[in-house]
Design a binder for this molecule. Structure first.
Ligand code: SF4
Ligand code: SF4
Length: 153
């Protein structure tokens, strides 16, 4: 017995003449349903049958040579340097500080606006509505021209 399969039969070509059966030194070939059949357990791999068959129906099994693949390159694992980690932390801290500063600036601006609105007697929600007191605009009773007109001069 040979390690692995040494020969194989192309049944489409086999005519069942029995020449290989007679030639095999170990009796590994038999005719089954008119076609040569090889007992792989008995076959010694001598390949006599390959040269005997007039139909070239028995072929040797060709094995490719195994080539060991080169080792695959291991991808480098990038670890952040201590400097990069420190820089990243500094950026985070600076970002948080800027946010806090912007928030306090916004709050101060809102406070100033509210104070202004209340000082003018306006409601912050009814911006632009004229007040009944202290309005010296065109619609009020104040103004130099109006006083002159009332006096007749
Ligand atoms: S290779 Fe040799 S032992 Fe195997 S079947 Fe052919 S003649 Fe027989
Ligand atoms: S010698 Fe060839 S054709 Fe004849 S039985 Fe064997 S395999 Fe078939």
């Amino acid at each position: 017995m040979v390690k692995g399969q040494a020969v194989w039969v192309d049944v489409a070509r086999c005519k069942g003449c029995g020449a290989c059966v007679e030639a095999c030194p170990v009796g590994a070939i038999a005719l089954i349903d008119g076609k040569a059949r090889i007992d792989q357990e008995k076959c010694s791999g001598c390949r006599v049958c390959v040269d005997t068959c007039p139909e070239n129906a028995i072929q040797p099994v060709l094995r490719g040579e195994l080539v060991t693949a080169p080792p695959r390159p291991v991808p480098a694992v990038r670890t952040p340097s201590p400097l990069a980690e420190t820089a990243g932390a500094a950026v985070v801290v600076a970002g948080a500080g800027l946010l806090a500063k912007a928030g306090s600036t916004l709050a101060r601006a809102a406070g100033r606006w509210l104070t202004q609105m209340l000082g003018q007697g306006r409601s912050p929600t009814t911006r632009g509505t004229p007040s009944t007191t202290g309005n010296r605009g065109a619609g009020g009773r104040g103004g130099r021209r109006a006083r002159r007109r009332r006096r007749g001069g």
